[in-house]
Write a protein that binds this ligand. Structure first.
Ligand code: S3P
Length: 442
């Protein structure tokens, strides 16, 4: 992704209206491709997110020996089976995707060959020690650049030692990496998480036939155990709409006066819906209808109507259930009545950009009153934001989409330096917003 795509966003000409569905869930899409590649047999995936990040995972799994083809709206994966992956001939380029790089580290740790992973400038600046340090306990060897950054070489082990690991940070990526390594180890691999994080890995491993046991820890966390060696069996996957992508049209419709929209078939996994809960606490008209189960996941249709919001105090325990939604929540808070305090945001500093700093810069450039205290973000809302700022998105798709939402609701046009990275998670975002009446220059 080399060509920059600047965009100037003016306030929406009318209220947003219509019914849309958002692309497939990014977390589930990465996992579907990886697990299908490790399984015996043929998996058909429906609703896969065809964004850059997920295509990187597809490319890496092909380089490791899986056959992955797109057939109209379906993706068909012929897996390699247990211990069936082969040494890649070249460096694996994971692009912008932390999920792809971290989850794959777990797979590579316990396969007996050598591989090298790299990524774009954003991914090369993100910490990999959070996976390479625990995974080294399997007997694998990791060599990184200074500061535990990519590129990273992995010398995998064929006789991995099963890990027992308590997560020092609430991270579904780290949890998943350890569990994936455990699939090829002898005995029980255990991860303890002090605060529950998204459980797509556990759910999908079970779906593919692995023996996964989840128990509640007394202080509120979870213990997840997987028995190895596990041989996964191909099972079809239906990917639900991504709640983290739905967040952008949802907040835009709340903020642009006169809006009334429906976002259909959005995943409602309770470990992903912290934003919707928070918006309801702010007084949003956000109704979930027609809840149903599709492909083992609860989905539902979101009905949104614009209206004034009030400030909110979001506890730190809620962070994992809405980790990617803070930039757009911060935009909503900037337009709310009164003060909002978003607590415990340290992890935002190591996302595609330093999202705490870049969210503050986005709001400040457009006239909002915002400050950071420790790891908390405090925003004084106002009825209307001046806008007129220039936003630097730092290769961060969610910053870019949050800036678009802000521009649609602000008084003066907002200039965004580069929207190309939106392709990583939400291909067709500008077109989808325009179908609702956003009037963005294509
Ligand atoms: C993800 C976990 C989260 C999230 C990321 C996707 C996943 O990262 O920010 O977009 O699919 O497991 P962390 O595990 O680093 O919090």
């Amino acid at each position: 992704m080399t060509e920059q795509r600047p965009l100037t966003v003016s306030s929406a000409p009318t209220g947003l209206s219509g019914r849309v569905s958002v692309p497939g869930d990014k977390s589930i899409s990465h996992r579907a491709l990886m697990f299908a590649s490790l399984a015996e047999g043929t998996t058909v995936i429906t609703g896969l997110l065809e964004g850059e990040d997920v295509l990187r995972t597809a490319g890496a799994m092909r380089a490791l020996g899986a056959k992955i083809v797109q057939e109209a709206t379906k993706w068909v994966v012929e897996g390699c089976g247990a211990a069936g992956l082969k040494e890649p001939e070249d460096v694996l380029d994971m692009g912008n995707s932390g999920t792809a790089a971290r989850l794959l580290s777990g797979v590579l740790a316990t396969h007996p060959f050598m591989s090298v992973m790299t990524g774009d400038a954003s991914l090369r600046s993100r910490p990999m020690g959070r996976v390479s340090v625990p995974l080294a306990g399997t007997g694998a060897r990791f060599v990184t650049r200074a500061g535990q950054k990519l590129p990273m070489a992995v010398e995998g082990t064929g006789e991995g030692k099963a890990l027992h690991y308590r997560l020092p940070v609430a991270s579904a990526q780290v949890k998943s990496a350890v569990l994936l390594a455990g699939l090829s180890c002898q005995g029980e691999t255990v991860v303890e998480e002090p605060v529950p994080t998204r459980d797509h890995t556990e759910n999908m491993l079970r779906h593919f036939g692995a023996d996964v046991e989840v128990t509640a820890l007394p202080e509120g966390g979870r213990r997840i155990a997987v028995q190895g060696p596990a041989s996964l069996k191909a099972r079809d996957v239906v990917v639900p709409g991504d709640p983290s992508s739905a967040a952008f049209p949802v907040v835009a419709a709340l903020l642009v006066p006169g809006s009334e929209i429906v976002v259909s078939a959005v995943g409602q996994n309770p470990l992903r819906t912290g934003l919707f809960k928070t918006l309801r606490e702010m007084g949003a008209s956000l109704e979930l209808r027609d809840e149903r189960v599709e492909g083992g996941e609860v989905i539902g249709d979101l009905y949104i109507r614009a209206g004034r919001l009030k400030g909110v105090d979001v506890p730190a325990e809620r962070v994992p259930s809405m980790i990617d939604e803070y930039p757009v929540l911060a935009v909503a808070c900037a337009f709310a009545d009164g003060e909002s305090r978003l607590r415990g945001l340290a992890e935002l500093r190591v996302k595609e950009s330093d999202r705490l700093a870049s969210t503050v810069a986005l709001l400040e450039a457009n006239g909002a009153d915002v400050r950071v205290e420790g790891d908390d973000l405090i925003i004084q809302g106002q009825a209307s934001l001046p806008g007129g700022g220039t936003v630097c998105t730092h290769m961060d798709h969610r910053l870019a989409m949050s800036a678009v939402v802000l521009g649609l609701a602000a008084e003066k046009p907002v200039k965004i330096d580069d929207t190309a990275f939106i392709e990583t998670s939400f291909p067709g975002f500008v077109e989808l917003m325009n179908s609702l009446g956003a009037g963005l220059a294509a």
